[in-house]
Every structure is written in structure tokens, then in C-alpha cells.
Design a protein around this ligand. Sequence first.
Ligand SMILES: [Zn+2]
Length: 452
Amino acid sequence: MYEQPKPCDLLVTSDLVLTLDASDRTFRDGAITVSDRTIVDIGRADELRARWTPAATIEGKGRIAMPGLVNVHNHTPLMITRGMIEDIGFAPMYTPGIPQGHWLTEEDAYALSSLGMYELLRAGCTTVVDFYRYPSACAQAAAELGVRAVMAGRVHDAEPGALATGRYDYSRAIGEASLRENAELIERWNGHDNGRIRCDWAPHAPDTCSDDLLREVKKLADAHGGNVHTHLSQLPLEVETVKARTGLTPPQLLDKLGLLNDRLIAAHCIHMERADIELCGKAKITVAHAPIGNARGGRIAPIMELREAGARIALCTDTASGDLIEAMRWAISMQRINRQGNVLDARTVLDWGTRQGAEAIGLGDTVGSLEIGKRADIVLLDSRSPTLAPLVDGYGVLVHSASGHDVDTVIVDGRLVLSGGRLTLADGDAIVAQAQKVANTLWARAGRQPIG
Ligand SMILES: [Zn+2]
């Protein structure tokens, strides 16, 4: 007796499925079926076609399916500085002569965030941690484009105008306003669309937040749950400032205030003494490793040492680009330079950009691999692209040769959000044009007239 095929929402086929599950299963001429946003079957296409009658099908002839990438630290409104900050400064908040966060309107943030979210989807990032000013506008952009996002505000009380010239003026009013913005975000957006949008707390950095403000964040984050996102040991100025203010290194300060733990997602972790590395490892923090931005600032983070000490490593682009595959390659090259040896391989960094990222942000059972019971966040790459040939083990060519430009189709939460490189839920051309308009105005204010 043959079993009757069962109905499902979606069948996705592809020449090859890379599941990135615990046993690294792959399926030639494979398929995935989806019901109620969730993967309900995975295997060979002919078997799945016999078992399921899908309401819709995405035929992936000439495609490779893999799980959506997880980008654990980003600031979409900072797209305003892209292409300009790289040659004139380091972190935008510390750099004079560029459009500053406090110049943005909420509409500007929405336009720039839409551009950033669009770029992330184009490059196969289905999950992003994104935090900046006007986080509700950014959450709206993520919600509309179909991205899975963990959103937060940018909590700080250092006065930004003074900071850009290297001075620290802490203001209670600025701190309270940024706390309010983050609280309003959580109130309005946490749990949106069946949990696709989640919200957390994000103190900007140990130098831009006073001890009192960090204590307040700790209290609020404990009551809220979830992660705390921050920048940590990003540059010498931060380390010197925190030492002068508290007598402690940035990790020691966060430890003293109860923030250094396995819920902390700390970007950069560059300027660390041996004791800092041990402390972060013991606390089992997650390092959001941003190799592209680190390298452009002339710096290498000691991520192998942090990992050996017990920290989790996940990957991010930190608005340098949307391309996490590019970040994987940079991570490998930089650590090989740093350690003078072949210390990292393609499969490891692919894990950092998928499963490790998902587990770090509490979504380990939800995304990060293609498995029955997980949400259907699926990326289809163009297997006919010359950069994906020849395909032997799959992982090597993907990490060392492919790029986000090879992404053709993206599905998030069982919904098609990118097809043939084009957004399906919004007008990508209009998003690019609107962001350009914002850039024209803000760069003119900073004294740089855009070309044309
Ligand atoms: Zn950052």
C-alpha cells in the first residue's frame, strides 16, 4: 500500500542541499518541504515529491541550497558612512567630519536601514543583529523586507559631538533618552511576526557608557532576558579611557558590573591583555568577530586565543558589507597571518557564520542549519556560477571562492523574500534611490558633495 502524499506549504528543490547539520548531511538532487514556516522534511527530491503535495514549489535547477547566514553585529543606518569611513577613520562614532548618528532623522534611519537590510538579503544573511539610533525604524525595515532580526537601540551617555574629538562628556539626559528609545523598541517590536523580530538591550561600549548607565542596562536586561550586545576592547582610546575612569580594563569592568557572561555578544575584542582573554573565555562570552572592519583599521583580534580560552566565536560584517562569506575568508587569512600557520579552515568559519551565530543569540533550535523542526531560512546559490566550480567537498569552494553575489533566492520563515536577486516584498530600486537622497543631504552637511 502506498501512503497518500500529504499537503505542505512549499517544496524547494536544488541540485545539492548542504544541510550543515551535526552530521553534515548533503543531498544530491535534494529538496526541502515547509509547512507553517517550518522545515517538515528534507532529503532526495524524488522521494519528497512522492511524499508531499505542495501548495507552491520553488524549482532549484542549477541551485545549491544552504541555511541562511547569521550576522551577529551590524548597524544598518551606518550605511551612510560606507565607502567613505574606510579611508578616513575607524568606528564612525569616534570619527569627526562624517555624518553623525545624531544628525539622522527617523526617516533617514528607515531609508538607510532598508538599504542595509536589502544588501544583507542579497548576500544570503537571513538573520541579523542590528542596533543603532531609531531602532524602531530599523525594525520596521527588517519587518517589511522579511529579514529575521534581533534589534536593539544604541544606549550611551557620552555626548557624541565631544566624543568625535576624543573628549568624554557624560550626560544623564542623553543616557535616559537612549534607554527610553531601547525600551520603546522592545515594547513595540519584541516578538513581532511570530518571533521573527526580537529585541534586546545594547549598551554601545564600556567607554561611551558610564558605570551608572551600565548598571541600569544590566538591571533592565536581566528583567528582559535575551542577549546584551556591545562593542568591547575595540580601540586603544576605549581601553585607556576605561582604565583612567575605573582602574579596570573594559572586560574587567563588564565583569565587575555583572555583564560579562554567556549572554553577552561583544564585537571586536581586539585590544585585550592575556588576563582579559582568560576572563572572557571563562565567562563564555560570544565574540562577534568583524574581520573586515578590524583589518581596515590595521588590527587583528585574538580570536583563536579567545576560543581556546572558552569564548564562542560568531561572525559579523559590522556594516562593512553585507557579505558574510567575504568575512569568513578574511577571518581565515588574518588568523593565518596572526598565528603563522594553517589554524582555520572553511568548515569552521562556515559554522561560525551559521550555527554558532544562531546558538549565540538563542536561536540554535530555530535556525543555523537545514533540519526538520527548524524554521525554513533557506538560501539558494547559483551552482552554474563560475565561482562555485569545481564543486568537490562544497565547503571549500563556497568559503574560499564564492561570494554573496552568488545568492539567487532567499527564503525566511518559509516565505520567499528574494528571487533572482530581487526583493519580493519591497521595491529594491526605490530603496537604493531613497538612501542616495539621504546620503546627498547628510554628506553635503558634512562638507562633502556627492559626485554627479
Ligand atoms: Zn559595531
